[in-house]
Design a protein around this ligand. Structure first.
Ligand SMILES: [Zn+2]
Ligand SMILES: [Zn+2]
Length: 226
């Protein structure tokens, strides 16, 4: 059954990813995951997704498993169970402000859920469930703005990338995804010649860069297309 929409969370304490290389974001996500799995004993990180200050999307429980981050709903009218929502963790904490790339990354994620028919139009801040500051004033305002509203892509939207681990990134728009491997020599798709114009951590592309990359990828028959 389709979810109702997204609940946005932040980290509480500072995430310390702002202005840092993307490797720091990967380490942060893994630390949150380790905490949830090793210390709390949960089967996976509680969130469906994460989005870092570079606009890169991280997959936790993803589209097809139930997330576990909202907790008991004690604020206002009842908004439903964890299983009715996707959750997204923005890599921010107290007094940390979102980057434009992060805001666009979260919008792209929500748009994808909607356009894939996996969720409805709702967007709530975590503080609609719990008496807490999460996800901070900026994303609380964005959630209110995006709730039940269309999210058109801006002209020059960053295209999300989906980091699975340190070395593999899935990059794409809504319906086209390619798996890229990052190596010290650069980024490669399967069978792809050297010289792909991507280098970790420059994994957020604008529309023009994306179109150019797609052209190169499509001309390569050995490409792994997901
Ligand atoms: Zn939260
Ligand atoms: Zn990042």
């Amino acid at each position: 059954m389709a979810k109702r929409g997204f609940v946005i969370h932040h980290n509480g304490p500072k995430a310390n990813c702002l202005g840092q290389p993307h490797t720091r974001c990967v380490a942060f996500w893994n630390a949150v995951k380790n905490y949830h799995v090793r210390s709390r004993g949960w089967s996976d990180i509680a969130y469906s997704f994460g989005v870092c200050p570079h606009g890169v999307r991280f997959t936790g429980r993803g589209w097809h498993k139930n997330q576990f981050a909202n907790g008991t709903d004690v604020v206002g009218e009842y908004d439903g169970k964890d299983s009715e929502w996707y959750s997204v963790l923005v890599f921010l904490g107290e007094d940390e402000k979102p980057t434009p790339e992060m805001v666009e990354g979260v919008k792209a994620l929500i748009r994808d859920g909607r356009s894939l028919g996996l969720c409805g139009m709702r967007v709530l801040p975590h503080n609609a469930f719990k008496r807490k500051a999460c996800p901070g004033p900026e994303f609380t305002a964005y959630a209110r703005q995006w709730d039940n509203a269309p999210l058109d892509a801006p002209q020059d939207t960053p295209i999300y990338t989906d980091t699975e681990d340190d070395t593999t990134v899935v990059i794409g728009n809504n319906f086209n995804h390619w798996r890229l491997w990052f190596t010290p020599q650069g980024a490669f798709a399967a069978g792809m010649p050297a010289g792909v114009p991507l280098a970790k951590p420059s994994v957020v592309l604008n529309r023009t860069q994306w179109d150019a990359l797609v052209k190169r990828l499509e001309s390569n028959k050995a490409l792994t297309r997901l």
